[in-house]
Design a protein around this ligand. Structure first.
Ligand code: 6PG
Length: 480
């Protein structure tokens, strides 16, 4: 008979679930995991560090009965129906005060619905974003919990122990009310999409226009992965260009089909941004480009119909690479800018009270978008207590970006002339150019709306709402 009580239970012992438990066991907690698959239970136990306590259960009832109260149960299962299914399996087995944690990438509106229905039953339900992939789960992810504050206090010591640390600070903090945890994770992923798109554009340019091979590419990304640009995504990009295919003599990256997959979090970010509304064009195009990559057959036909000359540059390679670095620096900052401005707006519109200073603090380590930029942002957000609607408004950011703009424009000019698609980086500078001008040309859009639909407009010299007759009086010979 099993007598020991475990501190934490996990439903789903896939790689993420297993690694998260092993991490927790390494920090001195007794952990239990449930999976119908016996081999996964065995793997949990056999891979646990010696003298740590990790037990696999093939029966849910037994696993739940083995947990200390209030029970703390996390699920790491695919978003959607599987989450509801797990909840309904758990309900007869748990009691008032127990905590269910959804650590997957659930849509925040689903999380909200689940919080409300379980609250009525006296069960705490927390939507918790976890980032860092398999490695992060094992050795320290960034964790974004939200919702019930009482439940957060109860799981705080466990989550702080397993999270990544930056200068000793845990990469976990309370992200706000309701479904804030999953909301923040969704926007994290939106930023992740934009950054990956921008890096892929730079890769395309360096390959097609500058003529770098994979080894040179790896060296360049390695060089860039330092100082303020140091980041997880640049680091893994440099690694990727070194790997050879085991079946052919080619580099593995060249054998990967150019069709990008997605599980929905980028799309959700764009959809929600439109609903708020808030402008995040670089995330929007990142989603759109993954979708466009999917029509491979059509692209192959189109490539024949619209052939490119594709001449590589023969001189000034170094200068071109410097401009490319400027463009990447610039657009990466703009990717974070747009995501953070979305969180700022969502925090008040959706009444989640998201502490933006804590968001950037816990993104500094463990997560996929971790980078030294976040250290800079943290200093800014901390000094303003999270209260800055758009990071472009900060003088320290302005000083940095101004240095990158000329190179970014030169990069884009060359890419455009060469017919290399740079929708992520272009969208970043277009956002910047619109945001940093006092007058946008939308006075004309307002006039057009009022012309054809009497939608009215505001004036810039006096208050009030106006409608005008825009059709010019007919002048013989012009309108007839
Ligand atoms: C993370 C990642 C992760 C996500 C993958 C794949 O933070 O660890 O965001 O949660 O599932 O990045 O996402 P896509 O399949 O949508 O690219």
């Amino acid at each position: 008979m099993e007598e020991r009580l475990y501190n934490f239970g996990m439903i789903g012992l896939g790689t993420m679930g297993r690694n998260f438990l092993l991490n927790m066991a390494d920090h001195g907690f007794a952990v239990a995991g449930f999976d119908l698959d016996a081999s996964k239970c065995t793997l949990l136990e056999s891979t646990a560090t010696k003298n740590t306590i990790a037990k696999g259960f093939q029966e849910l009832v037994a696993m739940i009965a083995s947990l200390e109260k209030p029970r703390k149960i996390m699920m790491l299962v695919p978003a959607g129906n599987p989450v509801d299914q797990v909840i309904s399996n758990l309900l007869p087995l748990i009691e008032t005060g127990d905590i269910i944690i959804d650590g997957g990438n659930s849509h925040y509106t689903d999380t909200l619905r689940r919080i409300q229905s379980l609250e009525a039953k006296g069960i705490h339900f927390m939507g918790v974003g976890i980032s860092g992939g398999e490695e992060g789960a094992r050795y320290g992810p960034s964790i974004m919990p939200g919702g019930d504050e009482a439940a957060w206090k109860m799981v705080q010591p466990l989550l702080e122990a397993v999270s990544a640390k930056v200068n000793g600070d845990p990469c976990v903090a309370y992200m706000g009310k309701n479904a804030a945890g999953h909301y923040v994770k969704m926007v994290h992923n939106g930023i992740e999409y934009a950054i990956m798109q921008m890096i892929s554009e730079v890769y395309d340019f360096l390959k097609k226009k500058v003529g770098l091979d994979n080894t040179e590419m790896s060296n360049i990304f390695q060089q860039w992965d330092s100082g303020e640009m140091k980041s997880f995504l640049l680091e893994i990009t440099a690694d990727i260009f070194q790997v050879k295919d085991t079946e052919t003599s080619h580099f593995l990256v060249d054998m990967v089909l150019d069709q990008a997959g997605s599980k929905g979090t980028g799309k959700w970010t764009s959809q929600d941004a439109m609903d708020l509304p808030v402008s995040i064009p670089s995330i929007d195009v990142a989603v759109a480009m993954r979708d466009l990559s999917d029509v491979k057959e059509e692209r192959m036909q189109a490539a024949k119909l619209y052939p490119r000359k594709g001449r590589k540059i023969s001189s000034q390679k170094e200068a071109m690479i410097r401009d490319t670095q400027n463009a990447l620096y610039f657009s990466l900052v703009l990717a974070y800018t747009q995501g953070l401005s979305m969180l700022y707006k969502a925090s008040s519109v959706l009444q989640m009270n998201i502490p933006l200073d804590d968001v950037v603090k816990i993104w500094r380590g463990g997560c996929i978008i971790r980078s030294n930029f976040l250290d800079i942002f943290y200093t800014i957000y901390k000094s303003r207590k999270g209260n800055i609607s758009n990071i472009l408004l900060d003088k320290a950011i302005a000083k940095r970006l101004k240095k990158q703009v000329p190179g970014t424009r030169r990069f884009l000019r060359t890419a455009l002339q060469a017919g290399i698609s740079t929708s992520g980086i272009s969208s970043a500078i277009n956002y910047f150019d619109a945001f940093t001008q006092e007058k946008m040309p939308v006075n004309l859009i307002q006039a057009q709306r009022d012309y054809f639909g009497a939608h009215t407009y505001l004036r810039n010299d006096k208050s009030g709402i106006y409608h005008s007759e825009w059709k010019p009086l007919s002048t013989p010979g012009i309108h007839e």
